[in-house]
Design a protein around this ligand. Structure first.
Ligand code: ATP
Ligand code: MG
Ligand code: MG
Length: 420
C-alpha cells in the first residue's frame, strides 16, 4: 500500500505543515490512512496526525471527513460532547502523491482494546454505564443538534480520553519529544534499520510507552491486566466517538450499505431506508459487547444460506420474530423472507431471550440481567421509529442507578424499613 495513490511513508522526526508537527511514532492505521503521534511545536502538545492515502477516492473521503469533523468541533466549543475535536488540516506532498492530513486531539486506546485487555470477559457494569453515557452524549449531539448519522459506531471507533497530553496531565509535560532525525534509514513503521541510533531510539520509545502505561494505569487509562488484577477499579472512564469518514447528514445519505457487519441494523440489511435510529442499533450492540466481551451477533455464511440471512436469524433468536410487515417491507426482503414473514432457508430458530442469555451464558445475576436487558431491548426494536432516541436513553433508569450490588440494595432497603 506504500505506493502511488497509497499511504505516505513516515519516518520518526519527519515534519509536516512547514515544520509545525513532528512525527513521533505510529498510533494506528485503517483502510484509508495511517495515524501518527505527533508533537505540535506551536502549542507544545501531542496530537494525532491522520495521513490519508493519496488516490482521488481517498482524497474525496478526507474532504468529506474534514467537513463533518469541522462542524462537530465548531458547534462544541466547550469540548463536552464526547466527539473527537479537529485541530487543523492541510495537504502534504510526498513521493506517493498529495495526501490530505487531519490533526486531531490525542486520544488513548479504543474500547475494543479495553475489552481485549480485560481478556474478553466483559467490563464491570458501572464501567459499561460510564462508557454508554459518553456514547449517548455524542449521539444525542450528532443526531439532534447536527443532523448527522455516524453509520459506523463500534468499539474500535470509541477511544478513551488520553492522559498523556500536558494539558490533561501536567506531570506528562516531562515527556521529551523526538525532534531530530536519527541517521540511517528507517522503515515506515517508524522503526530504524539496524544501527547504533536505532537501539537508542527503540529504548527511548519503550521507556516512553512504559511511562505512558504507568501514568494511564494511575490516571484513568488502562494497561493489559493479569490474572486476579483489579486495575479497572476506581477508574472513571471518559471516551469519545471518532472516525467520521463514513458519517452522513441524514438529509443526504450517501450509501445503501452502511455499518460494520456485526453492528448493522435490520433495516439496512433489508434496505428499507435508515436514519439516526440505525446508530442506536449499533449502540445497543456495542453496549452488549462491553458488558459481555462478545459481539452480540456474529453471523456466518452457511452451505444453504447467506451471511445476511444468518444475521436476521440470530436477531430473531434473541429478540423474537420480526413483525411480518417489517420483514417483507424492504427492497431486499424477497431475498430472505417468504410472504408470511418466515425466513426462506433457515426454518428452525432457538429462541433465547436476552435476559436469559445474560444469566445462562454470561453468568449475570438475575437482577443485573433484567435491568440491562430492560435498557437494551427497546433500543433493539425491529421498528426503527419505535427505538428511543439517544436523548431518551440518557434518561433511562439503568444509566442513572448507582453501582451498588443487589445485596447492598437489599441491605439499604431493610435498614430504611427498620427506621420507619
Ligand atoms: P477505518 O478503516 O476504520 O475507516 P481510518 O483510516 O478512517 O480507518 P481511523 O479509524 O480514524 O482511520 O484511525 C485509525 C486508528 O488510528 C484508530 O483505530 C486508532 O487506533 C488510531 N487513532 C485515530 N485517531 C486517533 C486519535 N485522535 N488519538 C489516538 N489514536 C487515534
Ligand atoms: Mg476506524
Ligand atoms: Mg474511517
Amino acid at each position: 500500500s506504500y505506493r502511488k495513490g497509497g499511504y505516505h511513508a513516515v519516518r520518526v522526526a519527519d515534519t509536516f505543515a512547514g515544520g509545525r508537527y513532528i512525527a513521533q511514532r505510529k498510533l494506528g492505521w485503517g483502510q484509508f490512512s495511517t495515524v501518527w503521534l505527533a508533537y505540535d511545536s506551536q502549542t507544545a502538545k501531542y496530537v494525532a496526525l491522520k495521513i490519508q492515502k493519496s488516490a482521488p477516492e481517498f482524497a474525496q473521503s478526507a474532504i468529506y471527513e474534514i467537513e463533518v469533523v469541522s462542524a462537530l468541533t465548531k458547534h462544541d466549543p466547550e469540548n463536552k460532547k464526547c466527539v473527537i475535536q479537529l485541530v487543523d488540516h492541510f495537504k502534504h506532498t510526498g513521493p506517493n502523491g498529495q495526501h490530505f492530513c487531519m490533526v486531531f486531539e490525542l486520544l488513548g486506546d479504543s474500547i475494543l482494546q479495553l475489552i481485549k485487555y480485560n481478556r474478553y470477559k466483559g467490563l464491570p457494569l458501572n464501567k459499561v454505564r460510564d462508557i454508554c453515557r459518553c456514547i449517548l452524549t455524542a449521539l444525542d449531539y450528532l443526531h439532534r443538534q447536527l443532523g448527522i448519522i455516524h453509520t459506523d459506531l463500534k468499539p474500535e471507533n470509541i477511544l478513551l480520553v488520553s492522559t498523556i497530553n500536558p494539558s490533561n496531565d501536567p506531570n506528562q509535560s516531562k515527556m521529551v519529544p523526538i525532534v531530530s532525525k536519527p541517521e540511517g534509514s528507517m522503515n515506515n513503521n517508524g522503526g530504524c534499520v539496524a544501527n547504533g541510533i536505532e537501539k537508542k531510539l527503540k529504548q527511548r520509545a519503550r521507556q516512553a510507552v512504559a511511562r505512558i502505561y504507568a501514568r494511564r494505569a494511575s490516571l484513568g487509562g488502562v494497561r493489559p491486566v493479569t490474572k486476579g488484577d483489579r486495575c479497572l477499579d476506581g477508574i472513571d472512564f471518559r471516551c469519545k466517538v471518532v472516525d467520521f469518514g463514513n458519517a452522513c447528514w441524514a438529509n443526504r445519505p450517501n450509501a445503501d450499505e452502511i455499518q460494520t457487519r456485526q453492528y448493522r441494523a435490520p433495516e439496512v440489511i433489508l434496505q428499507s431506508g435508515y436514519t439516526f435510529s440505525a446508530d442506536m442499533w449499533s449502540f445497543a450492540c456495542t453496549a452488549f459487547e462491553l458488558a459481555t466481551g462478545e459481539t452480540m451477533f456474529a453471523p456466518k455464511t452457511g452451505q444453504s444460506f447467506s451471511e445476511d440471512e444468518d444475521h436476521l436469524a440470530l436477531m430473531m433468536e434473541i429478540l423474537g420474530k420480526i413483525p411480518r410487515k417489517i420483514a417483507t417491507g424492504g427492497l431486499r426482503s424477497k431475498d430472505y423472507f417468504d410472504r408470511y414473514g418466515d425466513l426462506k432457508r433457515i426454518r428452525r430458530l432457538k429462541h433465547v431471550p436476552l435476559a436469559r442469555l445474560l444469566t445462562e451464558k454470561f453468568k449475570f445475576s438475575v437482577n443485573d440481567a433484567c435491568d440491562f436487558a430492560g435498557f437494551l431491548i427497546p433500543v433493539l426494536d425491529f421498528a426503527p421509529e419505535k427505538r428511543p432516541t439517544a436523548g431518551q436513553c440518557l434518561q433511562h433508569a439503568w444509566l442513572n442507578k448507582s453501582s451498588e450490588s443487589s445485596v447492598q440494595k437489599l441491605d439499604s432497603e431493610m435498614s430504611k424499613l427498620q427506621i420507619k
